[in-house]
Design a protein around this ligand. Structure first.
Ligand SMILES: O=c1[nH]cnc2c1ncn2[C@@H]1O[C@H](CO)[C@@H](O)[C@H]1O
Length: 585
């Protein structure tokens, strides 16, 4: 049979095919939209979207066009190909590409400029030690009089440089100090303290600059650590633990602690973060200025927090900053006596500084420490002691920061909920638990989600594999957090990287979804001591509630509107309804 010509085909067949505008297709599309709308009603950000002002809606549309444009022009297949062709580059580029590889490019985008300005509310999940970028912290240590360095072995071989535990702390000058360069040679006498600046200047690999680079590499996970998935989770946690080892002690000296807090608050404020709740996990090794003997309790540290927050809030930069609270956290690996002792310290410090301690948690690798069921005796004792002492120390547990399905760590989620946790740190494996998802919604528990942390610590390969969208779609309230930004590679105290990744990675989120996550962080912040009833009442009442929470939610909402107006003013001409540059491309 001869082939049918196009003209004959048009006459014979094409007329039979419905056009997109035909009722049958239109009806189908309407049902499709209705199904989508119905599903979207279950999202946790649904009511936030519904109540957007006209300006906010316009800002969301603009951001969505910018996002689309950047997907097409920056994160392109041709860039990917170009990099693949370049033998010196091992980069693969797409919007959900691995965080460490995307970081530089992301910081050059328009979306970055926008997110940087966004009012982000509160940072609810972050570990105190890992908050100030390492270069900044080193600069503080190097300019603080009396800081010294010591090591249990000479730092003369690549392996000792790589992994030896270091001590960086205040020491009175010795009458005859060892030669500064000796620490880098076999002549070094272990455990002797060398002035930090002298040791830095004598660093064999390039003096002070080389020293700073080396210490940076000891405190920050290298991109390779995070990307080498074949090493698995235990290997990255080992490297992660070594970073904390170096950082812990440096901050535990009054002048460094003061400068650290000022820097932290300034960095948060410029990133649009108004409030922070920090996990606080420290042994009693903090010393006052000029002293080598550690304090016997935590009171001086908290006096300093109190003073530094007041000082910062009195500056122009800190005028809109709401403050800091600590969440006391014990290491879950520790044995019973140690944990009970830490709990006692927590309660004693709480009695002195009730407004600076929001609650209690357990930290450290979840799969290498004790599960919450194993810790029940200590936790029940703690609850009883809190009642006896009349202190409000609710739980804010880490739980489900794991890949398991039904293993001990995954099961921590059941205990966290049964023990009445007010928020869950990570909750990475929660999406596998339909009954718990329902409980989390009923009990109004918030998930403190840390997408970059989860990626770098190898729970997920890129933002696009992260389970947070599954939780949001099922109506679970969440907030975004940065966990350990100085160590994990964000190299910033603020949350712009995590916000950016979520916005660019997940189509369903958009600026409105991001706004809802930020609003949640204010709604679930522990601004003051509250019993369970008052806590739940304020979360329900949200911005129409009385008290400090209602007030701050209203304040956040004003900032959000101002931010949306800025977006429309700044980008409306090019990307607004009439400009539509994104669509034209
Ligand atoms: O994502 C995390 N999950 C559990 N524990 C953590 C995480 N990030 C840091 N730490 C733990 O908290 C201590 C400092 O507060 C660190 O020593 C680390 O072990």
């Amino acid at each position: 049979m001869p082939p049918i010509s196009d003209q004959d085909w048009d006459e014979m067949v094409a007329q039979e095919i419905p056009k997109p505008s035909d009722p049958v297709i239109q009806q189908y599309l309407q049902s499709r939209q209705a199904l989508m709308d119905e599903e979207h009603k279950q999202r946790s950000d649904y009511s936030f979207r519904q109540s957007l002002s006209p300006i906010a809606k316009e800002a969301c549309a603009i951001v969505s066009r910018i996002r689309d444009e950047e997907q097409r022009t920056i994160w392109t297949a041709s860039l990917e190909e170009q990099l693949a062709q370049d033998p010196s580059s091992s980069r693969i580029v797409f919007p959900g590409m691995m965080f460490n590889l995307a970081k530089d490019l992301m910081e050059s985008t328009t979306l970055w400029k926008i997110i940087r300005k966004m009012p982000k509310g509160g940072l609810l999940h972050a570990h105190c030690d890992a908050m100030v970028p390492i270069a900044t912290l080193l600069a503080i240590a190097l300019t603080t009089p009396g800081m010294h360095l010591s090591s249990p072995v000479p730092l003369s071989t690549p392996s000792s440089l790589h992994a030896t535990p270091l001590s960086i702390r205040f020491r009175q000058p010795l009458p005859s100090p060892p030669p500064p360069g000796s620490i880098w040679t076999d002549a070094y006498q272990p455990e002797t303290y060398i002035p930090l600046t002298d040791a830095a200047d004598a660093f064999p690999g390039g003096g002070r600059d080389g020293f700073c680079k080396w210490l940076y590499s000891r405190c920050v996970l290298a991109p390779g650590d995070a990307v080498n998935q074949h090493h698995g989770q235990d290997a990255i946690w080992e490297a992660f633990g070594r970073c904390f080892q170096v950082l812990g002690e440096v901050i535990h000296y009054e002048p460094v602690w003061r400068a650290f807090l000022q820097k932290l608050m300034a960095l948060l404020a410029t990133d649009g973060v108004s409030w922070v709740e920090l996990r606080f996990t420290w042994p009693l090794n903090y010393c006052r200025e000029g002293r080598e003997e550690p304090e016997s309790d935590y009171n001086h540290m908290f006096t300093v927090i109190e003073e530094e927050v007041v000082k910062f809030k009195a500056t122009d930069e800190g005028a809109g900053f709401w403050g800091i609270r600590m969440i006391w956290a014990s290491f879950r690996q520790n044995p019973i006596r140690h944990i009970i002792n830490d709990m006692e310290n927590c309660i004693m410090t709480k009695l002195e500084w009730p407004h600076l301690i929001a609650g209690y948690d357990l930290v450290g690798p979840e799969d290498d420490g004790r599960a919450l069921t194993d810790l029940l005796p200590e936790l029940f004792w703690f609850r009883k002691q809190c009642a006896v002492e009349g202190v409000e120390l609710p739980f804010f547990f880490h739980a489900g920061e794991c890949l398991g399905d039904g293993d001990e760590v995954d099961n921590n989620l059941y205990d966290a909920l049964l023990l009445g946790t007010r928020r869950i740190g990570h909750g990475f494996s929660l999406y596998k638990h339909p009954r718990l998802i329902q409980a989390v919604r009923d009990k109004r528990v918030l998930i403190e989600s840390c997408p970059i942390s989860n990626e770098v610590l190898r729970l997920t390969g890129s933002i696009m594999q992260h389970p947070l969208p599954a939780l949001l779609a099922r109506g679970v309230a969440c907030s975004l957090c940065n966990d350990d930004p100085a160590i994990l590679g964000q190299d910033a105290a603020g949350m712009t990287h995590d916000f950016w990744q979520a916005l660019q990675g997940w189509e369903n989120l958009g600026l409105a979804g991001l706004g809802s996550l930020a609003e949640n962080s204010v709604r679930w912040a522990a601004f003051e001591d509250q019993d369970n009833e008052a806590w739940t009442r304020d979360i329900r009442a949200a911005s129409v509630g009385g008290g400090i929470k209602g007030e701050r939610l209203r304040q956040w909402s004003v900032e959000w509107e101002r931010f949306c107006l800025w977006i429309v003013t700044e980008y409306g001409e090019k990307y607004g309804e009439t400009g539509k540059a994104g669509d034209a491309l």
